[in-house]
Design a protein around this ligand. Structure first.
Ligand code: GLN
Length: 493
């Protein structure tokens, strides 16, 4: 049971073979046994989890039909505002913060009957690719606890990969769902920008941030995304007329007949790990066997994506993070001498060094005299990157790439070298700049560490990534592998 998919657990609940309370107890037991070595959860309240599970069992007994996620455990990244428990974005500056309201996606999960299991570890304010900048200490990868789980949603990824929860929510500004999913051997989808409400999600870079599901299978990702998406009048960037997707129907696909898959030459470059390249090439070969046509394409402005992102994202972050002034909420320094001292010392004590680096670069890029040279130029490059995709999708239905150029690296390996850390986002960032849906799913292992395959579709075409990923999943077994150290205890059944 622990490594069951969400849909398998749902079938067992619907058949009356188990209860939400039993399922919650199982995962709480696994969290108690394994969180010490992984540091995937930063907040857990077992009594509250059980109370939600009891309420779900009661709902089931009192109603004709269960809700879509009735009794299913879902963990959420510490970036989502929740009325229950703390919301800290894994930053010291929010150490005492309790959100006065639930994020819209949390409301959706509750309305769908899900049991919220706790808050997961992340890079501070979602800035990072390894979950090492967390104020609560690094999270570890269940496939090798000396390595990082990716980031910034590393806690959600590690928790799903080690079956401390069957599903989790993450957020993705430049790859933070897809890259950790890739590095921990699970599936994660960043929906089209505007598909999922950002209300109540602590803002990093508002024009890029999007929440999404991290799960063990493609269908589970579809189930969770179906529950959290939809228009929200409280988020001006939530799109009202978004094309409707048949989320579950999209997953009932087992072949790729007639599918034209683009293979962008800029994503198969020198410097990528040879094992990663071989795994992704083998995955494309499998797609060909399933009936797809693989077409070489070019996304010529790809090489500028990292640079453009690391101007745009910090610029937006520097504006978003100015609200942490220690006046209404957040950490406040002791005995400030005056107002300015209070602002500067509180922020200095509350923010970690990566967050400070982003605020400084962002404020610089936006400052008068530099705005045109940096921010405006980066926005122009963003348009070129968007146009690359639009042109490519005249030729192909979907694009397939590696999710990350490397597998999980050792803890501490890149912490002193921000530029190398930023380069690990090289394959995920353009998708955010263009606002497109992107999914990562497992497609192999190199030296025991998972490799991810990324699917990219035109805006609003989530069903096409889900269908291709479902067909690939049905033909392969990568998604069903389990990290040995976490496989055998905790009530396997
Ligand atoms: N690693 C990227 C960054 O540090 C992306 C983070 C994210 O998607 N939240 O900005």
């Amino acid at each position: 049971m622990p490594f069951s998919s969400l849909s398998e657990i749902k079938s067992r609940l619907d058949a009356g073979e188990t209860s939400a309370v039993e399922v919650a107890q199982l995962y709480l037991g696994r969290i108690a046994a394994h969180n010490g070595s992984l540091n995937a959860f930063v907040h857990i309240d077992p009594a509250h989890v059980l109370a939600q599970a009891e309420a779900s069992d009661r709902y089931r007994s009192e109603h004709d039909a269960p809700r879509p996620l009735e009794g299913l455990p879902i963990a959420v990244k510490d970036i989502f505002c929740t009325q229950d428990g703390p919301t800290r974005c894994c930053s010291r500056i929010l150490e005492d913060f309790h959100a006065p309201y639930d994020a819209q996606v949390i409301t959706h999960l509750k309305e769908a009957g899900a049991v919220l299991v706790g808050k997961t570890n992340m890079d501070e304010f979602a800035m990072g690719s390894s979950t090492e900048t967390s104020a609560f200490g690094p999270c570890r990868n269940p496939w090798d606890i000396e390595t990082i789980p990716g980031g910034s949603s590393g806690g959600s990824a590690a928790a799903v990969a080690a079956a401390l929860t069957p599903a989790a929510l993450g957020t993705d500004t430049g790859g933070s769902i897809r890259q950790p999913a890739s590095l921990t051997g699970i599936t994660g989808l960043k929906p089209t920008y505007g598909r999922v409400s950002r209300r109540g999600i602590i803002a990093f870079a508002s024009s890029l941030d999007q929440a999404g599901a991290m799960t063990r299978t493609v269908k589970d990702t579809a189930m969770v995304t179906a529950a959290i998406s939809g228009h929200d009048s409280g988020d001006a960037t939530s799109v009202e007329s978004a094309p409707v997707v048949d989320w579950l129907g999209a997953c009932d696909v087992t072949d790729m007949k007639g599918l034209r898959i683009g293979r962008p030459k800029e994503y198969f470059i020198e410097g990528m790990d040879a094992g990663v390249r071989a795994s992704v090439e083998a995955a494309l070969e499998k797609c060909r066997e399933l009936g797809a046509e693989i077409i070489d394409i070019s996304l010529p402005h790809t090489k500028y994506a990292v640079a453009a992102y690391y101007v745009i994202a910090p610029s937006e972050a520097s504006a978003n993070l100015s609200r942490y002034d220690s006046v209404r909420f957040g950490h406040r320094c002791d005995n400030p001498e005056d107002l300015l001292d209070m602002y500067t010392r509180s922020r200095d004590e509350g923010f970690g060094s990566e967050v400070k680096r982003r605020i400084l670069t962002g404020a610089f890029a936006l400052s008068s005299g530099y705005y045109d040279a940096y921010y405006l130029k980066a926005q122009q490059v963003r348009t070129l990157i968007q146009q690359d995709f639009i042109k490519a999708f005249e030729q192909v239905d979907l694009i397939a790439t590696p999710t990350s150029p490397i597998t999980a690296f050792k803890l501490g390996e890149k912490t002193d070298d921000p530029l190398t850390m930023y380069l690990s986002d090289i394959y995920t960032i353009a998708v955010n700049l263009a606002g497109l849906p992107g999914l990562s799913q497992p497609c192999g292992f190199v030296d025991g560490m998972p490799v991810g395959l990324q699917w990219i579709a035109p805006a609003w075409r989530e069903e096409s990534v889900l269908s291709a990923a479902s067909a690939y999943e049905a033909a392969t077994e990568w998604h069903s592998r389990v990290p040995a150290a976490f496989g055998s205890d905790g009530g396997e059944s």
